[in-house]
Design a binder for this molecule. Structure first.
Ligand code: FAD
Length: 216
């Protein structure tokens, strides 16, 4: 195995794509493995807030995404019976980050912008049709196994970030001391709230998962 990178990002949904932009901008060599050839054509996430706008600034993608963001003063959740489930309003509230408190967006557009930014944001290599299969701890790094174009490949990385969605194979089956799970979660947030709370006491970011044997 010859190929090496600083960080292998497994999965290129919005979380993986933003992580890759942040890491690339920090000067790291990043390889992103995405099993699909095209990003998913339907929206799932629809709303974000001012903190995300700051993160888009930090990642150097704000100019790409801003035109497709619709600023609002809160949102109304309406059920199938047309009854109001809840109203979350931000009318008149301070805007401490200099951005509106609420934005709506169309997820396929956002994902396209985040991927387009790879080209101007550091050394980010997106491999489409590349399906993560396994990983092994190797000293202080990790060997990532993936399939692409009918062949098996390996990649040596210092760190792996598991952003392969709520059913993350990478996070669930391949715990490693060099693996960080960001998007393994049911529901709407990137971590279950209970875990997010306990993790946030240790570190502002997700902590590395405990070491275990290789997942194959
Ligand atoms: C109906 C619905 C509504 C939702 N509404 C909201 C909402 O309003 N707000 C909100 O924040 N969230 C919402 N969500 C959740 C939403 O899906 C997530 O917020 C967001 O898409 C998660 O992004 P992600 O990058 O973590 O994962 P994903 O978008 O799931 O991306 C994971 C990526 O990993 C890839 N992948 C998976 N396995 C592998 C593998 N083995 N090898 C390589 N690549 C792999 C996938 O192809 C995919 O591209 C909704 C979800 C659904 C289903």
């Amino acid at each position: 195995m010859n190929e090496r990178c600083d960080v292998a990002v497994i999965g290129c949904g919005p979380v993986g794509a933003l992580a890759a932009n942040l890491l690339g901008r920090a000067g790291l060599r990043v390889v992103v493995l995405e099993k699909e050839r095209e990003h998913y054509p339907l929206p799932r996430a629809v709303h974000l807030d001012h903190e995300m706008m700051r993160l888009f600034q930090t990642a150097g993608v704000i100019d790409r995404v801003l035109a497709d963001m619709v600023a609002t003063d809160g949102h109304l959740h309406v059920g199938a019976d047309h009854g109001v489930i809840r109203y979350m309003g931000t009318v008149g509230k301070p805007k401490p980050f200099g951005w509106s408190n609420d934005y709506f967006f169309y997820q396929p557009e956002l994902e396209a912008h985040l991927r387009a930014a790879f080209a101007d944001n550091g050394a980010i290599d997106l491999r489409l049709g590349a399906t993560f299969t396994a990983l092994e701890q190797q000293g202080d790094g990790v060997t990532v196994h993936y399939d692409q174009d009918g062949a098996s490949h390996t990649l040596a990385a210092r760190w792996v970030i598991a952003t392969d969605g709520a059913r993350s194979r990478c996070a669930r089956r391949s715990a490693s001391r060099s693996t960080i799970s960001i998007s393994r979660s049911p529901g709407w947030s990137s971590m279950p709230k209970s875990k997010a709370r306990s993790r946030s006491r240790r570190s502002p970011a997700c902590r590395p998962m405990p070491i275990s044997s290789a997942c194959r």
